[in-house]
Design a protein around this ligand. Structure first.
Ligand code: GLU
Length: 286
């Protein structure tokens, strides 16, 4: 499969029970590591302390062990690393690629209302606070990435490499797509201090992840992660985005979808092999 041992990770958030979609993601990450003679790490993405629960974290360990997966201990828990993420946010501030933002959701909606009427898809932040200096930061402010400045600072020629079957190849960063999909994203959240995008690149670097295995629902975030890595001088992994497991209506599974929770299927008598059959082959094209 891969020439060098792959170090992968499975990084669930303990905000609900794991379902078939998680099982597929975990099995893909473990299979990719195992077939290359590498290893897969487990990371608990519990940075959102308002939604994470200890019982869901316990459920993650239980479900993965039942699936026959093993991982090095201790696991990395994001909630224990907030100072590390804050330091990275400060570093981006020193580079001059962030600004404080006081806009509420309602204000953003109002600013977007006219031009975006009826538009489908993402609605990036309109840039109301762009240009405010970091020295102007108030405790209640969020911190946003100034995407234009960040792209300028990182310089041209950035790309990322995808090894998954859906979008294989090397992809140049497309500033227009980044602007359209993400814009000036929040990196410092008002409520919990840090946003997923920043925590994930710091942790993947520190855990020396070579292959970032995850669902294709995060495909549009990958150029941003690559950009953050370049700004922070972090090593460059390759990515492996996998297909999503959908329900009969074609909708992607959500945490509240209890019928497909591994715990429910297990209680109904399913075996780990049944789960493998239900989700299908991990490394072959779908
Ligand atoms: N914690 C994320 C989730 O549960 C996964 C992020 C990632 O794999 O990059 O969807």
């Amino acid at each position: 499969m891969t020439a060098t041992p792959a170090r992968t990770r499975f990084a669930p958030s303990p905000t609900g029970r794991l379902h078939l979609g998680h099982a597929f993601s975990a099995l893909t990450a473990w299979d990719l590591a195992r077939t290359s003679g590498g290893e897969c790490l487990l990371r608990i993405e519990d940075i959102d302390t308002t939604r994470s629960r200890a019982e869901y974290e316990a459920g993650i360990y239980e479900d993965l062990a039942w699936l026959g997966l093993d991982w090095p201990r201790p696991v990395l828990r994001q909630s224990e690393r907030l100072p590390r993420y804050s330091a990275a946010l400060d570093r981006l501030g020193v580079l001059g690629v962030t600004y404080p933002c006081s806009c509420t959701r309602a204000e953003i909606r109002a600013a977007l209302a006219a031009p975006q009427e009826g538009a489908a898809g993402p609605t990036p932040y309109p840039g109301t606070c762009r240009g405010r200096p970091m020295s102007d930061r108030r405790p209640e402010d969020a911190i946003r990435l100034d995407l234009g400045r960040a792209l300028e600072n990182a310089g041209p020629g950035l790309d990322f490499t995808e090894t998954g079957p859906l979008h294989p190849g090397t992809h140049p960063l497309d500033p227009a797509a980044l602007r359209a999909w993400l814009g000036d994203v929040i990196l410092g959240r008002r409520d919990i201090g840090i946003a997923y995008h920043l925590a994930v690149v710091i942790d993947d670097a520190e855990q020396e992840i070579t292959h970032v295995v995850r669902g294709v629902d995060l495909w549009e975030a990958t150029p941003l992660h690559r950009l953050l890595q370049a700004l922070l001088g972090l090593p460059e992994p390759v990515w492996h985005h996998h297909r999503l497991i959908r329900d009969e209506a074609g909708k992607r599974l959500a945490k509240r979808d209890d019928a497909r929770a591994l715990a429910t299927l297990r209680a109904e008598g399913a075996t780990p092999d049944d789960i493998r059959r239900l989700v299908g082959p991990t490394l072959a094209p779908a």
